[in-house]
Design a protein around this ligand. Structure first.
Ligand SMILES: [Mn+2]
Length: 427
């Protein structure tokens, strides 16, 4: 573990005056009194997003992978990297694990390591989209939907095993994404595939402890290109309802066809009380796994506007939403990328907090289209960076995480420790 406290203090001290000036300028520009400013900063500070263990190494495509070196070689090193990101950003107090990539060898030692870094385990993710070495039956033609009951049972047992690992680490959420589907018309019976998937998920649901939640993720295409068994939020919703009160829909921003109105899906699920989780990423075409907010920051803001509006509406009875990043890159330093994502998520949230909800409601009721749109745009266009920096500073983080990360040469140090060829487990 690299101790960075004293360089961090010195870094912040050297930038403190400039930061305070920026903060007062923004406070004046946005016409925020001290108590509103304090309320917004405190809400930002408590908004935490889990990082995925699989994003701590370089991602790749089927065409290749270009690692930077120094990638975490095991779960302990992944926690070390996640701990650093949390220390600098103060925005990610949890890590989401993928089994079997992250099977903990010593759960109690791992729990104390997590504690040391101020981290906890978020959702655990099952993996039935790949065959693992030594696995008796193949998922080539599906897992929970498979025509052969023995394959379905193997996939069910895997999910139950994942829950067991999660229990040992203090998690309370199972996140299920299936690659199940078909590539060619006629390959799969849509109704049978759905029915088998539903029955399999119900069996997994019944095996979870009563304190656990199941998150059902949907995706319209890839790796199957003709059909997927759970392609959309409607199917996820129906499955969740059929499983029970503790099954909810997980929205992954990249799991939509281009130009889908995701903010409306979010509003609908909140209304129905079934929005369980979020996977943040950025997307231009589909599941691009780019940095959150890199391509469509306005859409990200509009999504947060629905989340904030839902949280403030007493009629909305949605459970707490689990926020996670799900991204994986080929060209950036993975830690810098995650810090950028966290900054963009906080920015979208802060802007949504600036929306004048009462004025917006009035404009909507009066059909004043221009005023309604301007209320949203005024909040979106606000420069909230000093508010985010203040939130990080008060929590003990860095005024500028990516810049500080480069200043201490963390990547160079872990390349020395872990090697140039170190490759993270997983994808
Ligand atoms: Mn996802």
């Amino acid at each position: 573990m690299i101790n960075i406290q004293s360089p961090l203090d010195a870094y912040n001290a050297s930038r403190l005056n400039r930061h305070k000036n920026n903060l007062s300028a923004v406070q004046e520009l946005l016409e925020l009194d001290d108590s509103t400013l304090g309320m917004i900063v405190s809400k930002i500070r408590s908004f935490q997003v889990a990082v995925p263990s699989w994003a701590l190494g370089t991602g790749g495509t089927r065409f290749g992978r270009f690692p930077k070196g120094g990638e975490p070689r095991n779960l302990e090193e992944k926690i070390e990297d996640a701990g650093l990101i949390h220390q600098l950003t103060q925005a990610t107090d949890a890590i989401s694990l993928h089994i079997p990539w992250d099977i903990p060898e010593d759960p109690s030692a791992l729990r104390s390591l997590l504690n040391e870094h101020g981290l906890k385990i978020d959702a655990v993710n099952s993996n039935t989209f790949q065959d693992q070495p030594g696995q008796p039956l193949s998922y080539k033609f599906g897992s929970l939907c498979h025509a052969d009951k023995a394959v379905r049972q193997q996939a069910i047992d895997h999910n139950i095993e994942v829950v067991g690992h999660g229990v040992a680490l203090g998690s309370t959420m199972l996140s299920v994404w299936l690659s199940d589907g078909s590539n060619f018309p006629g390959q799969q019976n849509f109704r049978k595939a759905y029915q088998r998937t539903l029955e399999s998920l119900r069996e997994i649901y019944r095996a979870m402890p009563s304190s656990w939640t199941m998150l059902v993720e949907y995706k319209p295409f890839e790796p199957n290109f003709y059909s997927t068994v759970i392609p959309d939020w409607g199917t996820s919703l129906r499955i969740s309802e059929a499983c029970g009160d503790r099954a909810h829909v997980l929205v992954d921003l990249g799991h939509h066809l281009p130009n889908t109105n995701i903010e409306q899906i979010v509003a609908r699920l909140l209304h129905l009380g079934r929005l369980g989780g979020f996977h943040f990423n950025g997307s231009h075409y589909g599941d691009d796994d780019l940095t959150t907010g890199a391509i469509k920051p306005y859409q990200l803001f509009l999504i947060f506007n629905e989340l904030v509006a839902g949280a403030n509406d007493p009629a909305v009875k949605n459970p707490a939403v689990a926020y996670m990043i799900d991204a994986s890159h080929n060209v950036k330093d993975p830690l810098e990328d995650l810090m950028q994502s966290l900054e963009n998520i906080w920015a979208a949230y802060a802007k949504a907090l600036l929306v004048d909800a009462v004025a917006l409601d009035n404009a909507q009721e009066e059909n004043d289209v221009v005023r309604a749109e301007l209320i949203l745009q005024r909040a979106f266009q606000a420069d909230v960076r000093p508010l985010l920096a203040e939130a990080r500073l008060l929590s003990g983080g860095s005024l500028d995480p990516v810049d500080f990360f480069r200043t201490i040469n963390y990547r160079g140090k872990v390349i020395q420790q872990r090697g140039k060829e170190a490759v993270a487990t997983g994808l």
